[in-house]
Design a protein around this ligand. Sequence first.
Ligand SMILES: NC(=O)c1ccc[n+]([C@@H]2O[C@H](COP(=O)([O-])OP(=O)(O)OC[C@H]3O[C@@H](n4cnc5c(N)ncnc54)[C@H](OP(=O)(O)O)[C@@H]3O)[C@@H](O)[C@H]2O)c1
Length: 259
Amino acid sequence: MTLPSLFDLTGKTALVTGSSRGIGRAIAVELARHGARVTVSSRKIDACHEVVAEIQAAGGTAIAIGANINDKAQLRALVDGTVATHGPVDILVCNAAVNPYYGPISGIADEGWDRIMNANVRSNLWLCQMVGPTMAARGDGSIIFLSSIAGLRGSAMIGAYGVSKAADMHLARNLALEWGKQGVRVNTIAPGLVKTDFAKALWDDPATLKNVLAASPLGRIGDPRDIAGAAVFLASKAGYFVTGETIVVDGGATIGGSL
Ligand SMILES: NC(=O)c1ccc[n+]([C@@H]2O[C@H](COP(=O)([O-])OP(=O)(O)OC[C@H]3O[C@@H](n4cnc5c(N)ncnc54)[C@H](OP(=O)(O)O)[C@@H]3O)[C@@H](O)[C@H]2O)c1
């Protein structure tokens, strides 16, 4: 076959926030495996360098740039550093997020609400404002937000986080409309429970895990690599006609079936 694979990302530049571990790390590694030049980023630069070393050892191209998603100047430097080394960003994956509050949304303090909304929604908008216009001017680009099935369903425990993840879905729809005619696609991935540090409080609790597994058609929770395929799809020509969408990757957890 002489035609390149629909999933080929050769020559593309990808920036992935929160890619020192968990889902972001798996996405960065898989984007690089498919040919993209990747920027690995999180607050802890040493952990990012480890991911870069893994990618380089496998023959891929990657750099590490530290950035806190709550700091606009650091995000500006992250984008500028990526462009200076790899060239303009073709694939932006807004993956880093926080959930500092477990409890009823009716009881959340302003500080907790602001932390969740600023990290999970505002930082995504900032990055899009920095990268999207250049993508639009060049006539091509893929932006991916890591949302969650918590943005699709109500919750008495992680409701504020869920609001932020629902907001990401709607941010994607709005930006998909704004930039679609210029060839920029904006989508979200909504994972179910995945075995990472982020969700340890859930999968490490035997009662919660039992409930999750009972409601899971596949009978398991996710591995970070389970999520990365959807990102490669959305980043590549394979997903070229998909925009404003949310791809649920949850082992079937949200399909229902109470009887
Ligand atoms: N795990 C799940 O069950 C699950 C389910 C649905 C959706 N998600 C979503 O998937 C995404 C990734 O989650 P994960 O489970 O892979 O989390 P994780 O394993 O805890 O990794 C989080 C990543 O984000 C970075 N990070 C955290 N705060 C940051 C900040 N303020 N600025 C920059 N980077 C920051 C962390 O590195 P540093 O600490 O070095 O900054 C790390 O690289 C999130 O959007 C999450 O909401 C996860």
